[in-house]
Design a protein around this ligand. Sequence first.
Ligand SMILES: Cc1cc2nc3c(=O)[nH]c(=O)nc-3n(C[C@H](O)[C@H](O)[C@H](O)COP(=O)(O)O)c2cc1C
Length: 170
Amino acid sequence: MNILILNGSPRARGETAGMIEVFQQAAEARSHSVQRFDVCRMNIKGCLACEYCHGKGQGVCVQKDDMQQISEALQNTELLVLASPIYYHGISGQLKCVIDRFYAPLYPKAPESLKKVAMFLASGDPEMYEGAKFSYEGDFLDYLHLEGCGVFTNHDPEVRQKLRALAEAL
Ligand SMILES: Cc1cc2nc3c(=O)[nH]c(=O)nc-3n(C[C@H](O)[C@H](O)[C@H](O)COP(=O)(O)O)c2cc1C
């Protein structure tokens, strides 16, 4: 299975990175193909709402920055993993820019291969996930009709086992 992980944390050894590593190792051990982008180290600007991609561009963004690498990878992704720290009740701004820029590669429709989504979240407060979950459920499950593989958080004492189980079940 082709897995695309978008890491929205700037901290190389943080909680989000720790969850990604557990999952990535387990997935690669089962011969899944994993592509990971550390979006905080990339040059990805916010959506301009110019609507070029929904008109003349037909799915191509007018902005030429590192988002092109992610848009390309998305074309044969089967499982999308959105991984992020919680910043002020939501995902990090860097990852939000990437999701907003999905407006282009998901037009006129999402790539055929894209079937599943999972979310890895890290926060200081264990009750702080509702904002990110709202977007996960509303945008990725309900709107894009992806199959949800779960929301995994750093406050779950069994998160490492659950992430390995996720990779094993793919
Ligand atoms: C700008 C900023 C905003 C944050 N906002 C929240 C918040 O609203 N709620 C919360 O529980 N933690 C908040 N935190 C704490 C982080 O979510 C927490 O430290 C998380 O574990 C960081 O993940 P990481 O180690 O993967 O970078 C914030 C941290 C930063 C830097």
